[in-house]
Design a protein around this ligand. Structure first.
Ligand SMILES: NC(=O)C1=CN([C@@H]2O[C@H](COP(=O)(O)OP(=O)(O)OC[C@H]3O[C@@H](n4cnc5c(N)ncnc54)[C@H](OP(=O)(O)O)[C@@H]3O)[C@@H](O)[C@H]2O)[C@@H](O)CC1
Ligand SMILES: Nc1ncnc2c1ncn2[C@@H]1O[C@H](COP(=O)(O)OP(=O)(O)O)[C@@H](O)[C@H]1O
Length: 508
């Protein structure tokens, strides 16, 4: 299972050049693009009339190869030249080679009205107008074309990146092509992680086009992927519960009982040997009615206070990981409890939700052994921690997470539709598993419990955080295979972990 990357267009060019040096030409890559995209489309759409919008560069060249391969799969491809005829040698060669396969070739410049009317009878539209070479703004006629496409009932796909979007910074012309699905070619492009480009991209599917891992000498981030499953703890025969670690979960308060339930449930489902829930008695009593494998440590009533620090720290002595903060309430008391745990333990501590909020005003007081702290903020929480504006964070997620992690010596999982992990030494990875089913209260609690449960089993910190985020996202995708995303609940997802691990990775 090869590593996959997030790259800028210039880093991609270097990878393509390296690929050529290793013996695979760009002409071959372009043909690989054609077959990979056509195969993927044919798995989700029945053969139909397909409009392929092509530009004059190599993204357009991809379009000629896609049309040729769609034809082989029973589609009827209509080529629409947007702008001038193909200009690059690669694109010209592809066009000439595959010309006989096309139902027709129309020039949008010469016959705009004919093109718009023909588009109306196409079941799918594939945008191969501009790829990583796009710069500036769309010309008014192209805006008109894309507005028409964006309003049509056809299923819309993009080759590499939605036309009108900048592949480096994610800026986009407001009339950019709006895809249901974008096929990122060889690597995800950095701009696709950022709004507004991410909003034009639909689902991003990364396609292998034959550029090997070794060709990527430079990249902005690694992508979380299936290889992370190898970090899952092997359950060999001669083991006992102590073999699989002990998580102390300090979560919940009178009004947030569910946060404690969801995080504890998720931790149990990762295979953690022992999970203790420390919370106010209303929470422990309530959670105990439905989670039977957990141990409970009741601490006072209504909300957690620093009065229980001694009792908590005594219990924390045997923990192999701690989760602090889901639904504990944002207060100085919570901060003091967190400090007591940091001062009196040496295991990794996941700090989530109100743990983050109560830490935020004191972030500059963090000192020494911070390398074992894992902060899992969503964008707003990260804004509180860093003082940065949420719009700025959304457009600079990679550098924001990385700079913060390095500055404070902590691990960060900056959560969003595409979450960013950054380690204290500046390594960054992006998680793209998941879907909009996760856009619900309780997802963060479930994820925090997942990461806590994995950490407790002794998985190296960065790997545990990345594996937790990846597995959690996969569970949402798995659930959405049979059910609508709207009604899938975060609390239901951990029960899918064992199925995913068995079905996809053969993990016992
Ligand atoms: N190299 C490889 O090995 C492989 C590359 N691959 C594919 O190549 C893509 C990159 O191709 P690329 O570099 O040719 O750029 P591309 O995105 O087609 O656009 C360039 C054209 O658009 C034009 N243009 C730009 N902005 C404009 C504007 N606002 N308004 C109007 N025109 C504008 C620009 O004009 P110019 O800047 O010259 O004025 C030029 O004509 C990449 O995304 C992937 O799909 C794959 O096949 C895998 C192998
Ligand atoms: N559209 C989406 N696509 C993928 N993941 C999402 C999406 N929306 C939310 N998530 C994930 O759901 C989680 C939400 O976390 P958070 O906002 O802390 O939830 P809560 O505090 O309500 O429990 C994060 O892991 C985030 O990555």
């Amino acid at each position: 299972m090869a590593k996959q990357y997030v790259v800028t267009p210039s880093q991609m060019k270097k990878a393509e050049a390296m690929c050529e040096q290793k013996g695979t030409s760009c002409a071959v890559l372009m043909r690989n693009v054609g077959s990979a995209i056509a195969l993927h489309i044919s798995r989700i759409v029945k053969p139909c009339r397909a409009a392929v919008l092509v530009g004059s560069g190599n993204n357009g060249g991809d379009g000629f190869a896609v049309a040729h391969n769609l034809r082989k799969r029973g589609f009827s491809p209509l080529i629409v030249l947007v702008g001038s005829a193909p200009k690059t040698d690669l694109a010209i060669d592809c066009f000439n080679e595959y010309k006989p396969d096309y139902e027709a070739v129309l020039s949008y410049h010469d016959q705009p009205e004919t093109v718009l009317s023909e588009l109306g009878s196409c079941g799918i539209i594939i945008d191969c107008v501009y790829g990583t070479g796009f710069h500036g703004e769309l010309a008014p006629p192209v805006r008109r074309l894309f507005s028409y496409c964006n309003g049509s009932a056809a299923l819309r796909f993009c080759a590499d990146i939605a036309s009108g979007c900048n592949a480096t910074d994610g800026n986009a012309d407001e009339y950019s092509f709006r895809a249901d699905m974008t096929f990122a070619l060889g690597a995800v492009k950095t701009g696709q992680l950022y709004v507004p480009c991410s909003e034009f991209s639909g689902d991003i599917v990364l396609l292998d086009i034959g550029i090997s891992e070794a060709c990527f000498s430079e990249y902005d981030a690694e992508l979380n992927g299936d290889s992370l499953a190898s970090h899952f703890v092997n359950r060999s025969r001669i083991t006992h519960k102590g073999t699989f670690g002990r998580l102390l979960n300090v979560s919940g308060s009178e009004n947030c009982i569910g946060a404690a339930w969801m995080s504890t449930n998720a931790a149990l489902r990762t295979g953690s040997g022992l999970v203790t829930l420390a919370s106010v008695s209303e929470v422990t009593t309530s959670v105990a009615t439905s989670l039977h494998e957990c141990i409970y440590l009741p601490l006072g009533s209504k909300t957690l206070t620093s009065d229980c620090a001694d009792k908590l720290c005594k219990n924390a002595g045997t923990a192999t990981a701690i989760l602090f903060g889901c639904g504990v309430g944002n207060s100085d008391e919570a901060y003091r409890l967190l400090c007591a745990l940091i001062d009196n333990t040496s295991c990794p501590i996941v700090i989530d939700a109100d743990g983050i909020n109560s830490l935020a005003p004191h972030i500059n007081e963090l000192k020494d052994n911070t390398g074992r702290l894992i902060l899992t903020p969503h964008i707003k929480e990260f804004s509180r921690l860093s003082g940065l504006d949420t719009d700025y964070i959304l457009r600079h997620k990679l550098s924001c997470a990385k700079d913060f992690a390095v500055k404070y010596g902590v691990h960060v999982l900056l959560k969003d539709a595409y979450s960013v992990y950054a380690s204290p030494d500046g390594f960054t990875a992006v998680n793209m598993s998941g879907n909009a089913a996760l856009a619900k209260g309780g997802s963060g609690d479930t994820l925090a419990g997942t990461i806590g449960g994995l950490l407790a089993q002794g998985i190296e910190t960065g790997n545990a955080v990345r594996l937790g985020a990846y597995l959690f996202g996969l569970s949402a995708q798995y659930a959405a295979r049979e059910r609508s995303m709207s009604g899938i609940l975060p609390s239901e997802l951990p029960q899918l972990y064992p199925y995913i691990l068995r079905e996809f990775y053969g993990i016992a």
